[in-house]
Design a binder for this molecule. Structure first.
Ligand SMILES: Cc1cc2nc3c(=O)[nH]c(=O)nc-3n(C[C@H](O)[C@H](O)[C@H](O)COP(=O)(O)OP(=O)(O)OC[C@H]3O[C@@H](n4cnc5c(N)ncnc54)[C@H](O)[C@@H]3O)c2cc1C
Length: 441
């Protein structure tokens, strides 16, 4: 009927970081569209509340491609450049969020409360009249001509002109992300990169960590593959009963993804990074002169944590701990110094999804338009956030990606529907003038 047109509908699947901001951006840029979020949890933003230990490290002052893991570096760089232009942090500031950054460039809300980031997002969802359908688990998506039909687990169906899939990955299933986002992408025909838990503690050979559970050490932590050094982090190693954890270890875990094809990954911990190995040998020998009557246990106590001392002594194959220091040869001092500078952990593998902060792998980046995250060949269908093959390091990089990709997709979907509306408004006029021309002739 002329003059009456149905309101266009944008559906957002998933009410996490990427989905919420996509919904606000879509609504802000297309006031005449209805925007609805379908979220399976009773409330949106559950994972967001847990980020940054409840403080929400939402961005970083030094965003760079080096801080992301993907199997397609070139496309990731392009996407990241578009995200940087979308400026998620600037968006938050414009919407009223006061932020602060720490010495490592990590950006937090000034209140240090993740709840305040969510409160701000809830306020803008309300202002933009975004409809929230919580407790609604998406099960399927289908295309009907130019439109999409989304089916929920309870059989409800939702028609939409554009759909933004922001269902997350597999990390942190306790927050609602059981991998369905990846499954849905597969159903839509997306090529996928193998997924793996990322930013996660690592299992290691049991004998190397025996007796160390609960101990923390500081040092320089490097990931090696045979003779090849892959990356070094400074920080803390926390020992658990299954392996090693701590932020530095979690950062390195991203390099254990299948596309890095590591054959013999090893973590080396340098407990004395400020000393060259020969300097450490000299220091140890000097120390032994100060403590001539002690055995290994006495010698190591005060130098490092006693349980670390015992483990390093063993790793260096120095014999019994009761041994008198005076019996050590200069070669053995060298072995001990080497072990303190290069304490090795082998048999590394990521622990489970529950401990992971993000998902490595996912939708191959080449499947998506880098400026909008629209699926190539599927106008109006977008995949954003953690579902795609790009995982960031700890430090606000993942939320930068999630918020930025959500902004780009939300904005693009709004513009797409606006343009569709304009061209469909023009269509009858064209028909009329064609009819007039026909009459005249
Ligand atoms: C403990 C923890 C701490 C973290 N801390 C930080 C940090 O400080 N800084 C940082 O940058 N990153 C951090 N991250 C990573 C960051 O939280 C994620 O990268 C980010 O949340 C991804 O956003 P997303 O919107 O893509 O996915 P999610 O935030 O995972 O959102 C996906 C949403 O989809 C919903 N959903 C899933 N399946 C369905 C379905 N079938 N139907 C309907 N809804 C569904 C989920 O319930 C969820 O709400 C942390 C992660 C964890 C687990």
């Amino acid at each position: 009927m002329e003059g009456i047109e149905c309101m266009k509908q944008i559906l957002i699947l998933g009410g996490g970081a990427a989905g919420i901001i996509a919904a606000i951006a879509a609504a802000e840029n297309s006031p005449d569209c209805r925007v609805t979020i379908l979220e399976k949890n009773p409330r949106i933003g559950k994972k967001l509340l847990a980020t940054g230990n409840g403080r929400c490290n939402l961005d970083n002052t030094s965003i760079s491609p080096d801080c992301y893991f993907t199997s397609d570096q070139n496309t990731m760089k392009e996407m990241l450049a578009h995200i940087d232009r979308a400026d998620p942090l600037g968006w938050f500031r414009q919407h009223g969020l006061l932020c602060r950054s720490d010495e490592a460039g990590r950006i937090y809300p000034y209140s240090n409360q993740a709840a305040d980031v969510l409160n701000l997002l809830l306020y803008w969802l309300e202002q933009q009249k975004v409809e929230l359908r919580c407790g609604c688990a998406v099960r399927d998506i289908d295309r009907r001509g130019a439109a999409y039909v989304v089916t929920a687990a309870d059989g409800q169906r939702f028609m939409a002109d554009a759909v933004i899939c922001a269902l997350g990955g597999k990390a942190g299933p306790q927050f609602g992300t059981d991998g369905f986002g990846l499954e849905l992408a597969r159903l839509c025909g997306c090529a996928m990169e193998p997924v793996y838990p990322c930013l996660v503690p690592l299992n290691s050979e049991k004998k190397q960590i025996a007796g160390l559970s609960g101990v923390r050490v500081k040092g320089e932590i490097s990931l090696w593959d045979g003779e090849r050094l892959l990356r070094t982090e400074n920080g803390e190693v926390q020992f658990t009963d299954y392996g090693i954890s701590g932020i530095a270890v979690m950062q390195l875990s991203g390099l254990l993804g299948p596309h890095y094809h590591l054959r013999q990954p090893e973590i080396h911990v340098d407990l004395f990074p400020h000393l060259a190995e020969q300097e450490l040998v000299s220091y140890l020998q000097e120390r032994s002169r100060l403590l001539p009557e002690t055995d290994a246990r006495g010698f190591m106590t005060g130098l490092v944590h006693p349980r670390v001392g015992a483990a390093v002594w063993k790793a260096a194959d120095m014999g019994k701990e009761e041994r008198k220091l005076s019996t050590l040869s200069s070669g053995e001092w060298g072995k001990l110094a080497h072990s303190l500078k290069c304490w090795r952990f082998r048999g590394l593998s990521p622990t489970d999804w529950k401990n992971a902060q993000t998902t490595g792998g996912g939708i191959a980046l080449s499947q998506l338009c880098s400026d909008s995250f629209q699926l190539r060949g599927c106008e109006g269908l977008y995949f954003v956030g953690e579902t795609v093959d790009c995982a960031g390091c700890c430090g606000g990089y993942n939320l930068h990606w999630a918020f930025g990709s959500g902004l780009l997709a939300g904005h693009h979907a709004a513009m797409l529907l606006k343009n569709q509306r304009k061209s469909s408004a023009k269509a009858p006029k064209t028909q009329k003038s064609a009819a007039k021309k026909k009459k005249k002739s």
